[in-house]
Design a protein around this ligand. Structure first.
Ligand SMILES: Nc1nc2c(ncn2[C@@H]2O[C@H](COP(=O)(O)OP(=O)(O)OP(=O)(O)O)[C@@H](O)[C@H]2O)c(=O)[nH]1
Ligand SMILES: [Mg+2]
Length: 235
């Protein structure tokens, strides 16, 4: 029994700090995302492409979570973005307190969007609220079409799902219909964006970011409420 109580206390403490983070970013008019996906699904690649494509249009900050190394931070820095790397050591996810300290390192003034690349893991990060506006779950076709069904908690918690590496569909056994059906059963409301980051087929994602960022700014009276989409029909 005491073990269960301790876990609940940890989560309660986490949620309290997450609420503070949420308020801090809301006050600053920054839209922020917790990006969760398995190791190697293309999270940092997506951030690199996003930074290049939205350069001069949206000011973006990044927090990168990894067990070890600052390699992702260096890749992101090379794109000209403000980035803070969190090394979790043996920790398999980021928590709200780590993010709170990382936020101290970022000047939120003038920032429009903050993206957190969580530790590559489809399980542990899902249960820890960071205070984010949206959780984005990221899969790739290389992992197999059963991964949505095998990771229901992420699918249920996600505000948006990305299916990446669709350029490799012809080379791997992945049936998009199976993946989509599994997602539909778990979370009928969530949109799935099929992207290829290496081919820069990411326009629906960029439009989504532009739209969400503008809405967050409109709520604090900072920005334009009517963003121009990159493509017509973006989600
Ligand atoms: N073919 C293909 N390869 C991709 C795509 N996106 C990323 N990759 C490759 O996938 C590998 C892993 O990409 P990363 O961006 O480092 O993946 P990550 O999710 O950030 O990895 P971790 O941070 O280690 O969890 C790299 O070799 C990328 O070039 C894609 O759309 N298509
Ligand atoms: Mg990465």
């Amino acid at each position: 029994m005491s073990e269960i109580r301790i876990v609940q206390n940890v989560l309660k403490h986490n949620d309290e700090i997450a609420a503070m983070n949420r308020q801090r970013l809301r006050d600053a008019g920054v839209f922020w995302i917790d990006l969760i996906g398995s190791p190697g699904c293309g999270k940092t690649s997506l951030l690199e492409t996003t930074l290049r494509r939205l350069h001069g249009r949206i000011q973006i900050g990044i927090i990168a979570g990894d067990l070890a190394t600052d390699r992702d931070a260096k890749r992101i820095q090379a794109c000209g973005a403000k980035v803070v790397q969190i090394n979790t050591g043996k920790g398999c996810h980021l928590d709200a307190n780590q993010v709170r300290h990382a936020l101290d390192e970022i000047d939120l003034t003038g920032l429009d969007l903050l993206i957190i690349e969580n530790v590559g893991n489809l399980i542990c990060p899902v249960g820890f609220d960071l205070g984010q506006d949206a959780k984005v779950g990221m899969f790739s076709v290389c992992q197999g079409d059963d991964k949505a069904a095998k990771h229901p908690h992420l699918v249920r918690a996600a505000d948006l799902l990305i299916l990446n590496k669709t350029d490799l569909l012809q080379h791997v056994r992945f049936h998009p219909v199976t993946f989509r059906d599994d997602v539909e059963k778990l979370n009928p409301d969530v949109a799935i964006m099929e992207l290829s980051v290496t081919e820069s087929r990411v326009d629906p994602w960029l439009d989504w970011l532009i739209s969400k960022t503008a809405k967050a700014q409109a709520q604090t009276g900072n920005g334009s409420p009517e963003p121009t989409p990159l493509i017509q029909g973006g989600i």
